[in-house]
Design a protein. Structure first.
Length: 73
């Protein structure tokens, strides 16, 4: 599965399947895992108190943008 994620990262970043794509994929995976863990503990909701109900979606979008760059329109 990680190889598939690495290939997707390489495609999004238009880079060859080289170590940097794997590093980016691992960082993205760690970031998304952290969001999921914090959300399951309730810490994410506490940190974003007063934000919209779709805060977890916005966190995921922010992680994807940070690691892959913003989506082209």
């Amino acid at each position: 599965m990680f190889q598939h994620v690495t290939e997707l990262v390489a495609r999004c970043r238009t880079q060859a399947l080289e170590p940097s794509a794997a590093v980016t994929a691992a960082a993205l995976w760690a970031n998304l895992h952290g969001i999921a863990q914090l959300w399951s503990w309730g810490s994410g909701q506490l940190a974003l108190r007063g934000q919209d109900s779709d805060s977890h979606d916005r966190l995921i979008e922010a992680a994807l943008d940070a690691h892959l760059g913003p989506m082209a329109s």
